[in-house]
Design a protein around this ligand. Structure first.
Ligand code: HEC
Length: 165
């Protein structure tokens, strides 16, 4: 049997249509669509405090007068009596690891406990480096334990822990 050239053409066309249908069908069914994996959240040891808590803590820091001695950039600039607290969290974590703190009367193990201790019992540990020379023990008022309300202390500690993380 001999095929007329036109018939060969039709056969090819039919084959091509069939093939393209099969291929497009394949595409629709068997090529998996790639859905990006949800980003794995970095584990945070503690939930981030609410903005109102941080705001209340900052207000307490100003109202109680810590701003008279401690610099926090944007809150109390260029205050030179005491160690700057702009990066309070970093400062606290480095103090906690230091041999000077381990030798002191300080008992804190966590940054939060350290801040509570350094506000309520400022003489448990005397930080050595103040901006204008060695820090002087007894400069930081020691009566905060009598005048700071618990919620003020808590919000202020949350605020300080949020700085320099
Ligand atoms: C009259 C100045 C003065 C005031 C007011 C003051 N501090 Fe201090 N503070 C110091 C000095 C000086 C140091 C460093 C010497 C020391 O450790 O006692 C210090 C140290 C610190 C430290 C470092 C840790 C430590 O125990 O050494 C923290 C944290 C701190 N103060 C927080 C506060 C907070 C919060 C307030 C307000 C409730 C405050 N300070 C008010 C002078 C002050």
């Amino acid at each position: 049997m001999t095929l007329h050239p036109l018939n060969i053409c039709r056969a090819w066309a039919a084959a091509a249509v069939f093939l393209s249908l099969v291929l497009s069908g394949c595409g629709a069914t068997s090529i998996p669509t790639i859905t990006p994996l949800p980003a794995t959240p970095t584990p945070t040891p503690e939930p981030t405090p609410r903005p109102e808590v941080l705001k209340a803590g900052k207000d307490a820091f100003v109202r109680i007068g810590c701003v008279a001695c401690h610099e926090i950039k944007g809150v109390s600039d260029n205050v030179l009596t005491a160690p700057p607290l702009t990066e309070a969290y970093k400062l606290v974590t480095s103090i906690l690891k230091s041999p000077e703190y381990k030798k002191s009367a300080g008992k804190a193990r966590t940054p939060r406990d350290f801040l509570i201790e350094s506000i309520m019992e400022p003489d448990a540990f005397t930080y050595p480096d103040c901006p204008q020379g060695p820090c002087i023990k007894g400069t930081m008022p020691s009566n905060y334990k009598d005048i700071i309300r618990p919620e003020e202390l808590n919000t202020m500690v949350e605020y300080l822990l949020s700085l320099g993380r």
